[in-house]
Design a protein around this ligand. Structure first.
Ligand SMILES: NC(=O)c1ccc[n+]([C@@H]2O[C@H](COP(=O)([O-])OP(=O)(O)OC[C@H]3O[C@@H](n4cnc5c(N)ncnc54)[C@H](O)[C@@H]3O)[C@@H](O)[C@H]2O)c1
Length: 246
């Protein structure tokens, strides 16, 4: 990593950290000396990415939309680490179709993972951050949540909700030394590649910088928003999208 972060002594929780952008974010924190707790619903992917014997790291096979599972995992992490300093709400899914064909299940599943999951983790970590007088929450929104994308009304509603949630919670917790920000990524992950080669090429053509990013490029932005030095930045949505949203 050419930008050097130091998260020694910090504890970072990353949801959806078994693959893709979340894996890169959690890896950045771990390499920079933090204790890392990775929450993901996929136990096999978790075990592959984060072997049990790894130092300063633990995993929780958790569905972020399940209130009881999230609360138990965050309490466990706080007991293990003594604090929860950083939380990154990254876990996500898509269930794409145009709105007139969208089922209740497709609507609800996407709202639950993104929006409810972000709420549940935030609600669970804030008391620990308040007690410490320090916290960094980084949420993950999307171009779609800001501008809309055909076939993604459920995802747009969830990601737009995350923007409003980010700004509101930023105001609520600022007085406790906690910042709340979001990134809007654009990276070549499994989620993006699932659209197929033809659509991927068309999507790439709309990016001013002419490419999708590597997932690790998202992690650098999160590292900045999680650092002590970003203390005066709160309530922002940082597009890390090659100029897509210009
Ligand atoms: N890749 C992009 O260009 C892009 C663009 C905009 C926004 N995003 C957002 O970035 C985030 C990461 O996306 P990605 O591309 O790395 O996706 P990905 O599919 O590669 O990874 C998502 C991870 O979330 C986990 N997950 C899904 N549902 C979960 C649940 N209920 N509980 C716990 N874990 C769960 C998955 O197991 C997986 O490990 C998502 O919130 C996505 O919406 C990505």
């Amino acid at each position: 990593m050419s930008i050097t972060f130091d998260f020694t002594g910090r504890t970072a929780v990353v949801t959806g950290g078994a693959q893709g952008i979340g894996l890169e974010i959690a890896t950045l924190f771990h390499r920079a000396g933090a204790r890392v707790a990775v929450l993901d619903r996929d136990p096999a992917a978790l075990e592959k990415a984060w072997p049990a014997d790894m130092d300063r790291c633990r995993t929780h096979a958790v569905d972020v939309s399940d209130s009881g599972q999230v609360a138990a995992a965050i309490d466990d992490i706080a007991r293990w680490a003594g604090s929860v300093d950083i939380a990154v709400n990254n876990a996500g899914i898509t269930r794409d179709t145009v709105v007139w064909k969208m089922s209740d299940e497709q609507w609800q599943a996407v709202l639950d993972v993104h929006l409810k999951g972000t709420f549940l983790v935030t609600r669970a970590v804030v008391p620990y951050m308040r007690a410490a007088g320090f916290g960094r929450i980084v949420n993950v929104t999307s171009y779609t949540g800001l501008h809309g994308t055909i076939g993604q009304a459920n995802y747009a509603a969830a990601k737009g909700g995350i923007v409003a949630f980010t700004k509101t919670v930023a105001k609520e917790v600022a007085r406790f030394g906690i910042t709340v920000n979001a990134i809007s990524p654009n990276a070549a992950t499994a989620m993006v590649k699932a659209v197929g080669e033809e659509r991927l090429a068309a999507m790439t053509a709309t990016v001013p910088l002419g490419r999708f990013a590597e997932p690790a490029e998202m992690a650098t932005a999160v590292g900045y928003l999680a650092a002590d030095e970003s203390a005066y930045v709160t309530g922002v949505v940082l597009p890390v999208d090659g100029g897509l949203a210009i």
